[in-house]
Write a protein that binds this ligand. Sequence first.
Ligand code: URA
Length: 199
Amino acid sequence: MEHDFLPDEWQQFYADCVNCRACSLGELRQNAVVYRGALNAPLFILGEGPGEKEDLQGRPFVGRSGHLLDTLLQAIDLPLDQVHIGNIVKCRPPGNRVPTEAEATSCEPLLTRQFDLVKPKIVLLMGATAYKYFTGQSDPITKIRGMWQRHRGMDVMPTFHPAYVLRNNRHRLPLYDDLLAVKKRLESTLLEEKNHEQV
Ligand code: URA
């Protein structure tokens, strides 16, 4: 991918991701997978880690899970210019296994820099791994999905991972409902900000 068009601080960040060897996943990747969507976005959608297609293309959620995510975002009419999509780890774990705690911890400084650049107000955590490594908590996703939490100064919604929904179709509606709740919160947050600016 060509990234000359990115603002300076993003170019530096991107280069640091592409050159990262903080854990052994960096030795195995075809491409570091950093983001897709808007650079500055009020909503950050966070997944687990790249799969095969993402590793080949260098972009997150471009396989079957991504297709479902895009379909749902389109269904609820959530504009992509309000969304930034990334993952807990930027390099594909072999065989698409779950990233280890050590790998997530190695990747954390880059993820923190990414959040500092994107400056989201709301975070959608997709799946148990994103929930665990982002919040440091390990409640079962079935128990806490759809319930707002507050972390690092942001409104955080945990939900099912699209890959899980593809395997268990009965979870499709809850994922849709959670996305809809996120869209509503996004609209009210943006409206509040606008009103605040006008005062
Ligand atoms: N699953 C994820 O968690 N992230 C991706 O980028 C693709 C599939």
